[in-house]
Design a protein around this ligand. Structure first.
Ligand code: UDP
Length: 237
């Protein structure tokens, strides 16, 4: 069976890298993640990954404590590179070929992000890890994921979360919350209770007709099922 998607953008938030830890990176969970990604790499899916940084630093949170927002955001971008490096190391350890590209130059550890080079890496079946967000403050890594998905001509954005999709309320607070199998961009955009992915990302995907699959990365095999076209999580389309 052939996968449904040839090229995808996988968004791994800081939350997803934290695993069972309160803060930082969980090495066991990272290894699990690498093996989940390896499964889709081995069936030939081209994968670009955008790493988040919320497990280490968030500019908005720091600005609420008095820090200049732009400075905080640049620190947040560096946190995403931290995560991206950890991901690269573990992916290579399990035998996945990768390239790390960053939106803020880090010559000693990564290539600068150049769209055409990133596409070439994908064509050569290297997993491209994108660190540093967009390189600009006041933007999130969800929005980065949508932008890079469009630039790199990915067929969908896969947003890995710790819940099984989009719910009408937070399922952690309300276990009775109803899960959507499908959600329209309009509904996702209008409903302020839906916070699983930010509005700017939704609006970019809506305007450019690329759908978003929100799925639970803690469910083993869910990523592969989703790229094979099985119904997993919530599709925003
Ligand atoms: N960030 C930024 N510009 C970008 C991407 C990220 O300034 O293009 C900063 C921002 O401060 C953000 C932090 O990096 O809070 C970490 O990213 P995010 O909060 O999106 O990570 P996640 O929630 O996915 O862990």
């Amino acid at each position: 069976m052939k996968p449904k998607y040839k090229r995808i953008l996988l968004k791994l938030s800081g939350e997803a890298l934290k695993g069972k830890k309160e803060f930082g990176i969980d090495p066991d969970f990272l290894l699990y993640l690498a093996n989940e990604i390896k499964e889709i790499y081995e069936i030939g899916v081209e994968v670009a990954i955008v790493s988040g940084g919320g497990n280490i630093f968030r500019g908005l949170a720091a600005s609420k404590q008095g820090m200049d927002r732009a400075t905080g955001d640049y620190m947040g971008m560096l946190a995403t590179i931290f995560n991206a490096m950890a991901l690269q190391e573990v992916l290579e350890r399990v035998g996945v070929q990768t390239r790390l590209m960053t939106a803020i130059k880090m010559e000693q550890v990564a290539e600068p992000f150049i769209r055409r080079r990133a596409v070439r890496h994908l064509e050569k079946k290297r997993v491209v890890i994108l660190g540093g967000g967009t390189g600009l403050p006041f933007i999130t890594t969800d929005t980065t994921a949508a932008m890079r998905a469009l630039e790199l001509k990915c067929e969908a954005v896969f947003k890995a979360t710790k819940v099984s999709g989009v719910y009408h309320e937070d399922p952690i607070k309300n276990p009775e919350a109803k899960k959507y199998d499908y959600l329209s961009f309009e509904e996702a955009f209008k409903d302020d209770k839906i916070q699983v992915i930010d509005k700017a990302a939704i609006s970019l995907c809506r305007d450019n007709k690329i759908h978003i699959v929100v799925f639970n990365i803690y469910e083993k095999g869910a990523l592969k099922k989703a790229v094979m076209g099985e119904k997993v999580g919530t599709t925003i389309c």
